[in-house]
Ligand binder design. Structure first.
Ligand SMILES: [Zn+2]
Length: 216
């Protein structure tokens, strides 16, 4: 059975260290929750998952099962080994921050993914562009972007296999005005499963009594 199940609560980022060969599932157990996701080499926050380098290497906007994502120094970091969601994970949008919410009229102190990242990794760090798991931002033929509510269903997950020693960081996005995480839904947590040898093919998590939706 899968072990080390962790909940990533709304309003903060969580980090999980992985050794080469370990796999991690990020489970959207209540559905539609966008999750800003970063990774960096263990012991070197400056070598990090880079959306621009991944797009350049893979020559596409959306990454899929089998793709190897790389760092800003072009080192392979992890492979996407499973994805039960519809597979749209934005690679273009910056993490939300205090100013992005102020521009939407939501005040100067709205919870945000950039602050969650800095609270965990240091106030002085630059926040890299996240891999926005479950965030569906279509790009039309003229290159324009639009917002769609996430199509990720309850229990959908993305699974990664580390190719080197990594730290993966996730922040469930608290954006509620633009309905990227569903219409009229409060920010929810997500679950983590670190998979052990022998867990291959294990089912996704389902909502449990200790994983209630915030506001529910
Ligand atoms: Zn956010």
């Amino acid at each position: 059975m899968p072990r080390r199940i962790r909940r990533n609560s709304p309003g903060r980022a969580t980090a999980v260290a992985l050794e080469a060969g370990e796999r991690l599932r990020i489970v959207n157990h209540l559905g539609q929750q966008v999750v800003d996701t970063w990774a960096h080499i263990q012991g070197d926050i400056h070598e990090c998952l880079s959306m621009e380098h991944c797009r350049d290497k893979l020559y596409k906007l959306f990454f899929e099962v089998g793709d190897v994502l790389i760092s800003n120094r072009r080192r392979p970091l992890f492979q996407i080994t499973a994805d039960t969601s519809p597979g749209r994970h934005d690679t273009l949008c910056a993490a939300c921050d205090a100013r992005s919410y102020a521009a939407l009229g939501l005040g100067d102190d709205h919870p945000n993914c950039s602050a969650n990242y800095r609270r965990l990794l240091g106030e002085a760090v630059t926040v890299p562009c996240p891999w926005n798991l479950f965030m569906d931002i279509p790009v039309d033929a003229d290159g324009r972007l639009s917002d769609r509510p996430s199509a990720a269903g309850p229990g959908d997950f993305v699974e990664l296999r580390a190719l080197t020693g990594l730290v993966v960081v996730c922040s469930p996005c608290p954006q509620e005005l633009i309905p990227i995480s569903g219409v009229g839904r409060p920010v929810r947590g997500v679950l983590w499963q670190r998979l052990q040898t022998g867990d291959e093919g294990s089912p996704a998590l389902h909502p449990t009594s200790d994983c209630k939706e915030v506001g529910a």
